[in-house]
Design a protein around this ligand. Structure first.
Ligand SMILES: [Zn+2]
Length: 508
């Protein structure tokens, strides 16, 4: 069979730059920090093919569709402080240069960006990166982007793209699927099947990250409403409710509703507006769907629970959620002070303590300062007498549904026993979101009465089924549940709940 014209193999560039910036933190993620985890060229495809990541999803669909992949760079950090200007500039430039160098060979660009990056000289770094990519790609070829569900975006962020997508779940168990949704849209667009257009609506609502978990009601109901709308209107290709990230102070912080439609911008806008209105109407319940405890009240409740049950029950999770740097010590200090045993405090970010433990060696006892080093708000630096159970270099691939297969490098790490508590310290920040913090040391989470975690929502996928109860503990750290405590300067708080309490949907 021959067609009128020989069908040329399509070629799509893929790249990723990802950081969730707590803009209130002083510690800036420098270019070197990104470079520690950066992948390039074939390394991206070899490392991330088959993983539950956005890149993994891009690669799946493009390879299945017989599309040539130009893998450029993938530099992804988690939730830390601002990115340095240099880092934003570097990756924007690297992506643009690679696209330019490929010139006419390239048919489209697919990017993975967080959406809540913040850098001192870039009010909207993702918009900047997308603008550079568009400049390099030229007009008339599709540029598409996949965001994190916690991205803060607005219509200007998207001004250079043909379609935008984001995770629909938190815990982000659909990262690979988000990559696939985006890449399918790219492949169909290149085949001439669809002409995507997008619309966005901002309801003017903020929630603390803990309450962005998508199984919580009423959020779950509104997300379902968006899914029904997508299914029932043929012109709607994709709808995403994005919670935004309240700890990044930017002009566009907060929820967004993103809708991609086939050649029907007005309908995309109407659909986004409809869901946006539902979010605004539910603002109070979205903001506080579960109780928040003080450290003492939470521990009292757990101790009562433990006292009244038979041996062998499930562990309680104390969620020290306001910690943004994995080194808060408020809960740990209280556990030590009360002489509580059989509790685990995994993945405290403390390179110094890890190095000292390694120096002392397994089996030895050592005096250590622990945690509380990232800022004055991270709680007291604790001076403890620790037994080193294990110390060395640790790397692993993530188990569990969230980011399954993603490689994690903890650097020098150690497992310590302090006053009956099991504590691990790591050199590179990592979150306890699955059983990994236990498995890598030959432990089981089910064997502890109390587990202290710092993840905001991702831990729920693994820990909800195996825990007795999850107690959200508020501490005076950088990520409080009460958002009115935050010193927003760039966000116009008069336009967003919980500052703006009432009335009609703002900005429409
Ligand atoms: Zn996220």
């Amino acid at each position: 069979m021959t067609g009128k014209t020989e069908r040329k193999t399509r070629r799509v560039a893929i790249a990723g730059f990802h950081i969730e910036s707590v803009s209130f933190l002083d510690a800036v993620a420098a270019l070197e920090d990104f470079e520690l985890v950066a992948l390039r060229g074939a390394g991206i495809v070899d490392t991330l093919r088959g993983t539950n990541t956005v890149m993994g999803g891009f690669i799946d669909v493009l390879e299945e569709g017989g599309v040539d992949i130009l893998p450029i760079v993938h530099a992804a950090l988690g939730a830390v402080g601002p990115a340095s200007d240099e880092a934003v500039q570097h990756y924007a430039e690297e992506i643009a240069q690679a696209v330019l160098a490929d010139g006419d060979h390239i048919d489209g660009v697919l990017l993975f960006l967080h959406g809540a990056c913040w850098a001192p000289s870039y009010p909207d770094p993702e918009r900047y990166i997308l603008a550079k990519a568009r400049q390099a790609l030229g007009a008339g070829k599709p540029l598409m982007v996949a965001f994190d569900y916690h991205g803060n975006i607005d219509d200007r962020t998207l001004e250079n793209v043909d379609a935008g997508f984001a995770y629909r779940k938190s815990p982000h168990t659909d990262t690979g699927e988000t990559g696939r949704r985006s890449a399918r849209c790219m492949v169909r667009t290149l085949a001439g099947e669809i002409s995507p257009v997008w619309a966005i609506a901002k309801p003017g609502v903020l929630v603390p990250s803990i309450f962005s978990a998508t199984a919580l009601k009423p959020l779950a109901d509104i997300i379902e409403q968006a899914a029904v709308l997508e299914r029932s209107r043929p012109e709607i290709l994709d709808m995403t409710v994005m919670a935004g990230f309240s700890y990044a102070d930017a002009h566009n912080t907060g929820f967004s509703v993103l809708c991609v439609a086939d050649s029907a911008r007005d309908r995309a806008q109407a659909a986004a507006d409809e869901i946006s209105a539902a979010l605004w109407n539910a603002r109070e319940a979205l903001y506080r769907p579960l109780p928040v405890y003080s450290v003492d009240d939470a521990i009292d409740r757990v101790m009562q629970g433990l006292a009244s049950r038979k041996a062998g029950g499930k562990p309680y999770v104390l969620l020290e959620h306001a910690d943004r740097m994995n080194d808060s010590t408020y809960v740990l200090a209280a556990l030590l002070e009360r002489g509580i045993h059989n509790a685990a405090v995994p993945f405290i970010w403390d390179p110094e303590a890890a190095a000292r433990a390694l120096e002392a060696g397994a089996g030895s006892s050592v005096e250590l300062s622990l945690g509380g080093h990232s800022s004055a708000r991270a709680g007291p630096r604790l001076h403890v007498h620790a037994k080193v159970l294990w110390a060395g270099h640790k790397e692993f691939r993530m188990s569990g549904n969230y980011m399954k297969g993603m490689p994690v490098n903890l650097g020098t790490a150690a497992l310590l026993e302090v006053g009956g508590l099991s504590i691990s310290v790591v050199t590179y920040p990592a979150f306890g979101v699955s059983g990994d913090p236990f498995y890598i040391f030959g432990q089981r989470p089910e064997d502890f009465d109390i587990i202290v975690l710092r993840s905001k929502t991702h831990f729920r996928d693994f820990y909800e089924p195996i825990s007795q109860e999850i107690l959200i503990v508020d501490t005076p750290d950088h990520g409080p549940a009460d958002l009115t405590l935050l010193p927003y300067a760039r966000l116009d708080t008069s336009t967003v709940y919980p500052f703006n309490k009432g009335g009609d949907v703002p900005g429409h």
